[in-house]
Structure formats: C-alpha cells, structure tokens
Ligand binder design. Structure first.
Ligand SMILES: [Zn+2]
Length: 101
C-alpha cells in the first residue's frame, strides 16, 4: 500500500488573494502541515490521514517518497508529528531503531 501526502492548508483552497497588479493570486505559503494518508487499492487518497483527520478538506500533493527508507513528506513542508510517527501501512516489520540518547 502506498502513502499519499496530503496538505493541510492555512486558508480554504477557494480563497485567492489580490496580487499587486490586482490579479488573483494564491496565498504565498498556504501549507500548514503535511499529513500522510494511505492510498486505496485504486491509488486514490483514503478518507482519513494516519492521524485520523478527514482528508476531504486537504489537498493531495504530487510528492511521492523516493524509497521505503526515505521520509514520505517533502523536505520543504512541516510533517504532522502523529503521521510522522505512525507506522507506514504495508511496511514490512523492520526492527525498531534504538532511541538515540
Ligand atoms: Zn497527520
């Protein structure tokens, strides 16, 4: 099973700001947190994130993890701490890394 990155936005997705030339513009940095959601069998985003939040109000990001040992979130977004700590669905049971002191 795949992990999809969904973005919790600071502003509703239908809000547009007026730019300096009075043309509509997207908010400059609307992403509050990146969450992970399991993809269903068809590859579509599941209805809840790994931390249990509804994905209906979130935007699916095109970012995909580059490998099973790579983080699922894009480096320029702050990942949700609960999603970050949650085990990946379908991941093979790897031995837990010892907590670094
Ligand atoms: Zn989350």
């Amino acid at each position: 099973m795949d992990i999809l990155v969904v973005l919790e936005l600071d502003h509703p997705a239908n809000v547009r700001l007026l730019g300096p030339d009075r043309r509509p513009a997207d908010p400059p940095d609307p992403v509050r947190q990146a969450h992970a959601a399991a993809a269903d069998a068809a590859g579509a985003c599941g209805s809840v994130t790994l931390c249990g939040r509804d994905t209906a109000d979130m935007t699916v990001a095109p970012h995909r993890s580059t490998g099973p040992d790579q983080p699922w979130w894009p480096p320029h977004w702050h990942p949700c701490s609960i999603c970050r700590a949650a085990p990946r669905p379908g991941a093979t049971a790897a031995p837990a890394a010892p907590a670094a002191g």
